[in-house]
Design a protein around this ligand. Structure first.
Ligand SMILES: Nc1ncnc2c1ncn2[C@@H]1O[C@H](COP(=O)(O)OP(=O)(O)O)[C@@H](O)[C@H]1O
Ligand SMILES: Nc1ccn([C@@H]2O[C@H](COP(=O)(O)O)[C@@H](O)[C@H]2O)c(=O)n1
Length: 210
């Protein structure tokens, strides 16, 4: 009988979670056997708030996410049901208007800050991965990414990092590393770790074919 395998990828902001997931997506694109779900897409809707209010939200606290919806939709996928997934707009700090239709698949990758911190999410994961990248490197990566891709200024990235991101990381994310089965140092360019992960995924897909 076909079994869906859930791979959880947690780690700090800019540790390399999305880069790893993207490589898995690219590798398995033709097979349609791997689906990637980003916890970021489950940030709570803030369309009722003004932009001034939205900027003040602590986006690095678990309360910023609708994890109830995320857990529900993940369970639906593992039960073979398609979902209508929300999407998120980092520039507007709220949900986008578009919804993505996601079909169930052999392997579901769920990546995000709190994937191992949240007990319900953690319990849904068959393979638990933590991407471990030093804080100074994460900060540099985040600064470059957020200015280029998320509409931030240098000052706003520094302000947010020192006021919330760093403390929340130490409080919630770093301690969740102890739940990991596998720790991937440095993130997106660790080809040895990514190859090992792909070998495992390929064997899961193969088992489901037989
Ligand atoms: N090993 C790496 N070396 C250099 N840059 C990297 C590496 N892994 C990721 N990056 C870059 O760092 C930034 C943050 O990576 P990303 O995958 O978005 O992290 P996360 O999803 O954990 O927030 C991106 O611009 C990405 O291209
Ligand atoms: N409106 C928002 C929502 C989130 N963030 C930051 O994004 C980080 C999580 O995404 P990663 O890809 O870096 O894991 C998180 O640390 C939030 O601070 C934001 O700046 N604005």
């Amino acid at each position: 009988m076909k079994k869906t395998i859930v791979i959880g990828i947690a780690g700090g902001s800019a540790s390399g979670k999305t880069s790893i997931s993207q490589q898995l997506k690219d590798r398995y694109e033709n097979t349609q056997s791997v689906v990637i779900i980003r916890q970021d897409d489950y940030y709570k809707d803030q369309s009722e708030k003004t932009m001034e209010e939205r900027v003040k939200t602590n986006y690095d606290h678990p309360f910023a996410f609708d994890n109830t919806l995320l857990v529900k939709q993940l369970k639906e996928l593992t039960m073979g049901k398609a979902i209508e997934k929300p999407t998120y707009d980092f520039v507007q700090h709220t949900r986008s208007h578009s919804i993505e239709h996601i079909e169930p698949s052999d392997v579901i990758v769920i990546e995000g800050l709190f994937v191992l911190e949240n007990e319900d999410l953690r319990n849904l994961c068959d393979i638990k991965i933590f991407v471990d990248t030093d804080a100074d490197i994460r900060f540099i990566r985040r600064l470059l990414r957020d200015v280029k891709q998320r509409g931030r200024t240098l000052e706003s990235v520094v302000e947010q990092y020192t006021s919330t991101v760093r403390d929340m990381h130490n409080l919630f994310i770093e301690p969740s590393k102890r739940y990991a089965d596998v720790i991937i140092p440095e993130g997106g360019h660790n080809m040895v770790a990514i190859d090992l992960l792909m070998t495992k995924i390929s064997s899961i897909i193969q088992e489901n074919v037989v």
